[in-house]
Design a protein around this ligand. Structure first.
Ligand SMILES: Nc1ncnc2c1ncn2[C@@H]1O[C@H](COP(=O)(O)OP(=O)(O)O)[C@@H](O)[C@H]1O
Ligand SMILES: [Mg+2]
Length: 400
């Protein structure tokens, strides 16, 4: 189930720069020429208001579109056809969908396969029952996805378990014929919950996120036994710990549709680094990737980026799965103040994943084997103990 809250907030964390602003209240952003936060990433810095919130003569207007284009490495929106010509889309397949867009697998120019998440933006048409995102609303997903992807190159806190961002493009034009055919094929074979992209006008704008292929989601993947579920749990825990330490990251929506699994060589080991300390995690043949940062929170150099879930009351009233209880538990933990860093939310999602693994909502090929029972017992023990930790970084530092 997908929930959307479109109230992006930027928040200056230091108390001397008390500054909360909503993007949608501004037609453009102001950038101070004399920068007071020197190391801050350019794109985010350009979105921070000065503490007085007033315009002074040396301010220049920077729009969210400018910042998105900069993150895309573009100076202007490019034609869809130019970025993704028909020939490049020949070996494409539709593999998934979300409320905000369609997800295709495609062969990249280097010969490997990548995932394209195509998100319509800025238009007036209602798509899949929702308003299209504006530049200022898509910006956080782009920035957060890129910062997490970049943790693979970070020295002190390192992980490769967040979806690898290969490219981000901002395009405009007719939805490619080939992708429309693939949409129809998916609808006929699997049934789509989305509106057909045929509805889009020829001048529609899109953001295309090109990501490494993370595999199948945890809901549909079938493990050999609980040892593999344990390996996935360890990878997710280490990834969250690393991102907490480096970016004060909370995922806030880590249900089993947002954890992907690739089958890999059984002997593959994944290196993590948490505050300079190396942690090696055995894959046991399964490699996990965390995706979907729509509701996530990060902070760097004093600026927090997050969605204000307090404005999304509906989210907290859903019933049924333990997933929906987690939103309420997160709200209780942070007092409905979503700008704050409350890493216990990541602990709650780990508890949810352990719950899925031990109640056999997650599927196993060999649930009677000795090794399965051994790791089932390990997972249950962790599930009983994990809520005593305040953050995943603390849990990992003590347990690994
Ligand atoms: N990197 C990826 N590799 C493989 N599949 C992906 C990837 N990213 C997204 N998907 C597929 O597309 C679906 C929707 O993507 P997601 O980022 O979760 O969007 P939404 O915000 O709409 O939920 C996922 O549930 C998954 O099936
Ligand atoms: Mg999702």
């Amino acid at each position: 189930m997908h929930y959307r809250s479109e109230k992006l907030r930027l928040f200056e964390v230091p108390s001397n720069c008390m500054c909360i602003t909503t993007y949608e209240s501004l037609s453009g952003y102001v950038q101070q020429e004399e920068k007071y936060i020197n190391d801050l990433d350019d794109s985010v810095r350009s979105l921070s208001l000065d503490s007085r919130g007033s315009l002074s003569p040396n301010l220049q207007i920077v729009t969210a579109k400018d910042v998105v284009l900069r993150r895309c490495g573009q100076t202007d929106v490019l034609p869809f056809e130019q970025c993704y010509p028909q020939s490049a889309l020949q070996h494409c397949q539709k593999i998934g969908e979300g409320v905000y867009g369609e997800v295709f697998l495609y062969r990249n120019p280097k010969g490997g396969t990548s995932v394209m998440k195509v998100i319509p933006i800025e238009g007036d048409l209602i798509v899949n029952g929702e308003k299209q995102k504006k530049f200022e609303e898509i910006l956080s997903e782009i920035v957060i996805a890129m910062e997490l992807s970049n943790l693979r190159n970070n020295e002190k806190n390192t992980t490769t378990s967040f979806s690898q961002v290969q490219n981000v493009k901002c395009v405009q034009g007719v939805y490619p014929e080939r992708l429309l055919d693939l949409w129809e094929l998916y609808d006929e074979t699997k049934g789509s919950e989305n509106d057909s992209p045929q509805m889009f006008p020829p001048h529609q704008q899109y953001i295309v996120l090109e990501l490494a292929n993370g595999g199948d989601d945890l809901e549909s993947y079938v493990f050999n036994n609980a040892q593999q579920a344990y390996a996935v749990f360890q990878q997710i825990a280490c990834a969250l710990a690393v991102a907490e330490a480096q970016l004060k990251f909370e995922h806030r929506d880590l249900h089993w549709g947002n954890v992907l699994i690739n089958t890999v060589n059984k002997s593959k080991v994944l290196p993590f680094r948490l505050n300079g300390k190396e942690i090696l995690v055995e894959t046991n043949g399964v490699e996990a990737t965390i995706i979907d940062f729509t509701l996530s929170r990060v902070e760097f150099d004093g600026v927090a980026i997050f969605y204000d879930l307090s404005l999304d009351d509906e989210l907290f009233h859903a019933k049924g799965d333990y997933q929906f209880e987690i939103y309420r538990l997160m709200q209780k933990a942070n007092g409905n103040m979503w700008q704050h860093f409350e890493p216990f939310s990541n602990i709650l999602w780990l508890h949810y994943i352990l719950d899925k693994a031990v109640t056999s909502a997650v599927r196993y090929k060999n649930p009677k084997s000795k090794i399965h029972l051994k790791y089932m017992a390990k997972l249950k023990k962790i599930k009983d103990e994990i809520l005593a930790f305040r953050s995943v970084a603390e849990f990992v530092a003590e347990s690994f």
